[in-house]
Design a protein around this ligand. Structure first.
Ligand code: ARG
Length: 424
């Protein structure tokens, strides 16, 4: 999977143990390279995985080598991310705490899988990541890598070192690592195909409305076009395959919906979130494509799936979303729930029209050859085929337990029931 191998000459003649580092090119993971060398005596292999964040893979690889990595690898994993992680989550309508489409959370097991592959190929003893000790992502990286390769050790430099940001910058300077001269944003962000996460700064006060400046993918609904835009998403077996009749790869389809829905201010989410590590935190998300697709997918399921499957699936969906959030993608329970979800998607084929308008994405219509909606049964006009004379008997039997319950409570004398339950 990892492509574009670029090996720098080893600086140390004695063979060192190796660590495979998830490398973003930012300050923390750049400082981690010389730190792992100096504090742990390890050769660092840097791995950068493109999941749709704005990244120049050549530049990042170059920076890893200049920071002291013995090798730097990069993989364009957008298609893998979309097909193997995002689409299963969409089929499961996965929303953590009912609102967060899990964009950041979904990318972690994929990155973990890449780290493990490289570690095995390079015969590394450790993997490493740049997460601190307070977030969810440390949990996700470590459960993914150890879930796939229990023999690998994990190192989290930013959780171990006690450097402040200023000290990190000084450390970087001492090791010849350039620190981007751009004005430092007060926000911490993470971005991929499925969404953008923003936290810190003023957002740490959950009473304060997120300022406009935190948003990059979505316009303010107030600034959105004055008229609505309609789009039609085509689904096959629960996966989106076309927009307005044009067949698109998952990556291109999600890209297009991010742009089109974002231009109407769709997909802003303000989440007071319950982290795995017990902390409540406030995170803002921009997920235009996810918002449109989840809504459209749910609408199509509503047309095609029977009531009991829909309601049982809602429980599965919630648990599935929690497993993703909690870092348990590579777990037997997630695989088992996935089998259930896949089975429910066999007939989820059809089209859904969505109206984008000033911050909202509303389902405007849905159609499927597998529709359970039968006009002859649903109509209140001519052609009604529903046998209403059957309703009375149905209600009699359906209500028997509640009537019995009520009567026993009333009289506390069960024998009083017998005559009343006799047919008239
Ligand atoms: N809270 C989100 C999650 O746990 C996103 C974490 C990363 N966010 C960030 N702004 N760096 O999945």
């Amino acid at each position: 999977m990892a492509t574009g191998v670029s090996l720098a000459p080893k600086r140390h003649s004695m063979a060192c143990a190796k660590v495979v580092l998830a490398y973003s090119g930012g300050l923390d993971t750049s400082v981690a390279i010389p730190w792992l060398r100096e504090e742990k005596g390890l050769d660092v292999v840097a791995v950068t995985v493109d999941v749709g964040q704005p990244v120049d893979l050549d530049r990042v690889r170059d920076k890893a080598l200049r920071s002291g990595a013995v090798a730097a690898l990069a993989a364009d994993a957008r298609q893998e991310f979309a097909e193997e992680f995002v689409l299963p989550a969409l089929r499961a309508n996965a929303l953590y705490e009912g609102v967060y489409p899990l964009s950041t959370a979904l990318a972690r097991p994929l990155i973990g899988r890449h780290l493990v592959e490289v570690a095995r190929r390079e015969r590394a003893s450790f993997v490493a990541h740049g997460c601190t000790g307070k977030g969810n992502d440390q949990v996700r990286f470590e459960l993914s890598t150890t879930g796939l390769a229990p023999e690998l050790g994990v190192i989290a430099p930013a959780r171990e070192w006690t450097m402040t940001r200023e000290e990190e910058i000084a450390y970087a300077a001492r090791h010849g690592i350039e620190v981007e001269a751009t004005r430092r944003s007060p926000y911490s962000t993470d971005e991929n195909l499925w969404g953008r996460s923003i936290e810190c700064g003023i957002l740490e006060d959950p009473a304060v409305e997120p300022p406009e400046e935190v948003y990059l993918w979505t316009v303010s609904p107030g600034e959105a076009p004055p008229g609505p835009e309609y789009l039609t998403v085509g689904f096959e077996h629960g996966a989106p395959v076309s927009v307005d009749g044009r067949e698109l790869s998952a990556v291109r389809l999600i890209d297009e919906l991010n742009r089109r829905a974002g231009a109407h201010g769709v997909g802003r989410i303000d989440h007071l979130e319950s982290r795995v590590v017990g902390i409540k935190s406030r995170e803002v998300y921009e997920c235009p494509a996810a918002t449109v697709l989840l809504r459209a997918h749910q609408a199509l399921e509503g047309l095609v799936l029977p009531r009991d499957v829909l309601s049982f699936k809602r429980h599965v969906e919630q648990r599935y979303a929690e497993l993703i959030y909690d870092g348990l993608w590579f777990s037997p329970l997630r695989s088992a729930l996935e089998a259930f979800v896949t089975e429910t998607q066999q007939r989820i084929t059809g089209e859904v029209a969505v109206k984008l308008y000033r911050g909202s994405a509303t389902v405007a219509g849905r159609r499927s050859s597998q529709s359970l909606y039968q006009a002859g049964l649903a109509t209140y006009s001519h052609g009604d085929q529903f046998r209403r004379e059957m309703a009375e008997g149905f209600i009699y039997v359906w209500g028997l337990p509640s009537r019995t319950w009520a009567k026993v409570g009333e009289t506390a004398a069960p024998e009083a029931l017998a005559p009343a339950e006799r047919a008239p």
